[in-house]
Design a binder for this molecule. Structure first.
Ligand code: NDP
Ligand code: GDR
Length: 345
């Protein structure tokens, strides 16, 4: 029998890759999107699944529990992947209440709908390494204490604990994946890796002069999104609902990622200056290609993330398989192609 899953946030990076993964396995997928005057499905279009007969696109408001109930009843889904969120950390400082509503409460509306309709429906919550925030211990694991550093991190931590609580209180199959940063050519351009690869491609093509960034010292554990959605799927197929960290176990600075991306277009960057005065120049021409702009600093920063995914490896057989150099190369090449065709999202 074919399975049916609901994915909230089908228009996002992970929604698109997860839909691809599940459709390939014969699932029927109900992908939810929010109503706007101009919905953009460029990611599922890029993956060639926008018109897949197994994919049903449904308009859905995350804060309308009636919609969640009707969606569960109508679809008869047995799995829900709750990926929709205001997911940009920087914006969460400007919109803390909207972020709490969508990123935090959005999960509870769905959990409550599942509890009401059918507690046997499996629920995956997209938790995040941002919940670890201010470093308490490294590498971060499932039992590392949380200390979120942004309204986004706080909202996600609430949703995470609600998922655990519904698991323990109401016997709902609520599973949580604490995922470290995962990137791809489908990443939004507001996130640092894609901003870097997109601007590097534009510089190569003569469409931009300089890359402006905030904190270059932040360290992240970056993996490839396509690997991570497979982890999500496995978390929900596990025999018991549980919490799992998904990460690569390697951390690098934003500065390192910039150097890697420029290497893809055969430019070596020399770094000089400090903090807001730091610049990156081309070793051959001396041209300034990277500059710090404090506009991109955050009121509170997460300085270091590095995850330990040993539990996922032992219990789910999951591990990240794409190295950072390969990931960066995939992203730069995709952005070179898109920008050359003047078709970049
Ligand atoms: P994206 O930002 O690419 O996608 C977010 C999705 O949520 C989009 O479909 C977006 O719709 C939707 N959304 C945003 N605001 C609303 C709203 N107000 N109402 C309804 N839908 C909304 O995120 P990712 O795909 O990268 O991440 C997926 C999930 O995983 C998110 O919950 C994120 O917080 C979490 N996560 C991501 C990690 C990562 O490194 N990528 C790491 C750990 C957790 P629209 O297209 O209309 O904006
Ligand atoms: P993050 O990702 O906050 O880790 O959240 P992002 O790529 O936005 O930032 C990573 C680090 O880079 C620093 N940085 C900049 N960031 C952006 N966006 N733009 C810049 O110009 C810039 N310069 C430096 C940031 O300060 C930060 O330290 C992502 C999101 O996908 C979340 O939804 C997810 O939960 C976490 O990853 C895990």
């Amino acid at each position: 029998m074919t399975k049916t899953a609901i994915i909230t946030g089908i228009s996002g990076q992970d929604g698109a890759y997860l839909a691809e993964n599940l459709l390939d396995r014969g699932y029927t997928v109900y992908g939810t999107y929010r109503r706007t005057s101009s919905v953009n499905f460029w990611r599922i279009e890029e993956l060639g699944i926008a018109n897949h007969p197994g994919l049903k696109l449904v308009e859905y408001d995350l804060t309308d529990m009636g919609s969640a109930i009707r969606l569960l009843v109508q679809s008869e889904a047995t799995e829900v992947y709750n990926l929709a969120a205001q997911s940009f950390v920087g914006v969460s400082f400007d919109q803390p209440l909207a972020t709490s509503q969508i990123t935090g409460l959005g999960a509870t509306y769905f959990l409550e709908a599942i509890r009401t309709v059918n507690p046997a429906v499996r629920f995956y919550q997209a938790s995040t390494s941002e919940m670890f925030g201010l470093v308490q211990a490294v590498p971060q694991r499932e039992d590392t204490p949380f200390y979120p550093r942004s309204p986004y991190g706080v909202a996600k931590l609430y949703a995470h604990w609600m998922t655990v609580n519904y698991r323990e209180s109401f016997d709902v199959f609520g599973a949580s994946g604490i995922l470290f940063n995962h990137e791809s050519p489908l990443r939004g351009r507001e996130f640092v890796t894609r901003k870097i690869t997109d601007t590097v491609a534009k510089i190569h093509l003569g469409q931009a002069d300089v890359l402006e960034l905030g904190n270059l010292d932040a360290k992240r554990d970056w993996g490839f999104a396509r690997d991570y959605v497979e982890g999500m799927r496995r978390i929900l197929q596990h025999d018991v609902p549980d919490t799992f960290v998904l990460a690569t176990g390697r951390t690098e600075t934003v500065r390192d990622f910039v150097s890697l991306a420029f290497k893809e277009i055969e430019i070596e960057i020399q770094w000089s200056g400090r903090d807001a005065e730091e610049i990156g120049t081309c070793t051959k021409t001396g041209q300034v290609l990277v500059r710090v702009n404090p506009r991109f600093y955050r009121p509170a920063e997460v300085e270091l993330l590095i995850g330990d995914a040993a539990k996922a490896k032992a219990e789910l057989g999951w591990e990240a398989t794409t190295g950072l150099e390969e990931l960066c190369a995939i992203m730069v090449r995709a952005d070179l192609k898109r920008n050359a065709a003047q078709r970049s999202f």
